[in-house]
Design a binder for this molecule. Structure first.
Ligand code: BES
Ligand code: MN
Ligand code: ZN
Length: 488
């Protein structure tokens, strides 16, 4: 069980402030106006808070950042944090404020005097998102994580507003847990069994095993996993909360990518435990939708495989036949994600008849070179759909940047002996990967491909996540569903 912070909303209790253990935080606006809670702390600390607000350090703080007063006299607390936040913060600054507080407080107990600040629910979400830690494989610590108590003038409506956000946070944590797990733990079978648990939340879960995948003709997907002892699987998760044709979310779930016979270099290969990141995000979104009982129809499909070298692994030069019927010459067995997605995308369209498709994949190193760790690559055949997604991502503070598609790029996939090859050379590597996927998208199907290779797991902390798995995309897709696919 991964650690996260319990968050409780309670009425204001300024009379007990002197005795509060751990950390106390108070919100102060840009002008340095002191709220009743701040004035109370100022009295207890004999004016320390007013001096802090008059200091140079305070003047240099950005909105959403905190100033720390350690071991304040007159209080039992270890520290008082002055969190600078505008009276009407944007969603992202409110979240960032909560996240910077989570970072400052670490494992300690927290009393946050939110009083009647706006967007307290977003501050709480930031607190939750940044307070996550993947501790499953660490020896247990004897100091458990303290509770966060958020004191509000009127706690009930705040708690009510926070409930759907807590659902999304749970989805983000599910994604981060899956991405963080090593490949000896998160095998294809273990992944499928964790997804099967979503049925407790009302998600209809179906697992297609190898014999069924062979019967469906998924020669592209199956050729990726044939060198591994772990069986390839496709898991379908249906959330039927609405009406009409569903939105389909399709994810690359390579539980480990060695490169196969086109073996990757040793340095950094351990990062390929995150090559199931697309499937991880799809799973997290399904969990969030189910927990908040979203009035929408959404189907998630993930292709779970392991790319290993062995005596029966696919060789460079092999020609396989996809479920669509197109043949593919496998020039490089390390360009495996597109082979998996080709068949899952085709099956999604044939079997689920969706209204639109979004696929997610840690697909190319080229996308990391192009956009770094700040933005995922966005590719689409539909400007309106793409813009809706970009807007959703921007309002959730998740970086996303559109890159082009075009026939010229598509022609890089031509080969003599088959309908296409699985690599398009070095120029525009993220784009030619997207072109490959587009060959498996039927005419008029609105489609977005998200290359999340640079954002799924990062070596530095982000605004909302500690170093490691970010859960990038869960919040953006949850919002896309809310804005575009919910009834009423
Ligand atoms: N899983 C990798 C892409 C990747 C790279 C994800 C870095 C996250 C971080 C993918 O399967 C891959 O190996 N792609 C190759 C494609 C190439 C052989 C055309 C790549 O990007 O080098
Ligand atoms: Mn690869
Ligand atoms: Zn891969």
């Amino acid at each position: 069980m991964t650690e996260m912070r319990e968050i409780e909303f309670a009425p204001m209790a300024l009379e007990t402030l002197a005795e509060a253990e751990g950390h106390v935080a108070v919100l102060v606006d840009g002008e340095g106006t002191l709220s009743p809670g701040a004035r109370r702390i100022n009295r207890l600390t004999k004016g320390a808070l007013a001096r802090a607000v008059g200091s140079d350090a305070w003047g240099k703080l950005k909105d959403g950042e905190a100033l720390r007063l350690s071991y304040p006299t007159g209080m039992a607390a270890e520290a008082v944090h002055l969190l600078r936040i505008a009276r009407r913060p944007t969603i992202t600054t409110a979240r960032k404020a909560g996240a910077s507080l989570a970072k400052a407080v670490g494992n300690g107990a927290l009393t946050l005097l939110a009083e009647n600040t706006r967007r307290v629910d977003e501050i709480a979400l930031g607190l939750a998102l940044r307070g996550y830690a993947f501790t499953d494989h660490l020896s247990p610590e004897d100091t458990p994580r303290g509770t966060a108590i958020v004191q509000c003038k009127d706690p009930d409506p705040v708690a009510e507003g926070y409930a759907p956000k807590a659902a999304v946070a749970q989805g983000v944590f599910f994604t981060r847990d899956l991405i963080s797990e090593p490949a000896n733990v998160l095998t294809t079978s273990e992944f499928a069994s964790r997804l099967q648990d979503l049925s407790d939340l009302g998600v209809e879960v179906e697992v297609l095993e190898e014999d069924k995948l062979a019967e469906l003709g998924m020669g592209a997907l199956l050729c990726v996993g044939q060198g591994s002892d772990s069986p390839s699987k496709v898991v379908i998760m249906r959330w039927n909360g609405g009406e009409g044709a569903p939105l389909a979310l399709v994810g690359k779930g390579v539980v480990f990518d060695t490169g196969g016979i086109s073996l990757k270099p040793a340095a950094g290969m351990e990062d390929m435990t995150m090559d199931m990141g697309g499937a991880g995000v799809v799973s997290g979104v399904m969990k969030a939708l189910a927990l908040r009982k979203a009035p929408a129809n959404v189907v998630g499909l993930v292709g779970l495989v392991e790319n290993m070298p062995s005596g029966n692994a696919t060789r460079p030069g092999d020609i396989v036949t996809s479920m669509k019927g197109d043949t593919i010459e496998v020039i490089n067995t390390d360009a495996e994600g597109r082979l998996v997605l080709a068949d899952v995308l085709w099956h999604a369209q044939e079997a689920e008849k969706p209204a639109a498709i979004v696929d997610l994949a840690t697909l190319t190193g080229a996308c990391v070179i192009a956009l770094g760790h700040e933005n995922a690559g966005v590719f689409s055949n539909d400007d309106r759909f793409a813009n809706d997604f970009l807007r959703a991502a921007a309002s959730e503070g998740e970086g996303a940047w559109r890159l082009p598609l075009g026939d010229g790029y598509d022609s890089q996939l031509k080969t003599l002996k088959a309908d296409m090859k699985n690599v398009g050379g070095r120029p525009g590597g993220a784009i030619t990967a997207a072109q490959f996927l587009q060959r498996f998208i039927q005419d008029d199907m609105p489609w977005i491909h998200l290359d999340i290779a640079g954002v799924a797991q990062v070596a530095k902390e982000t605004s909302f996540a500690p170093k490691g798995a970010t859960g990038w995309g869960v919040m953006a897709l949850d919002r896309l569903v809310r804005d575009r696919f919910e009834r009423g």
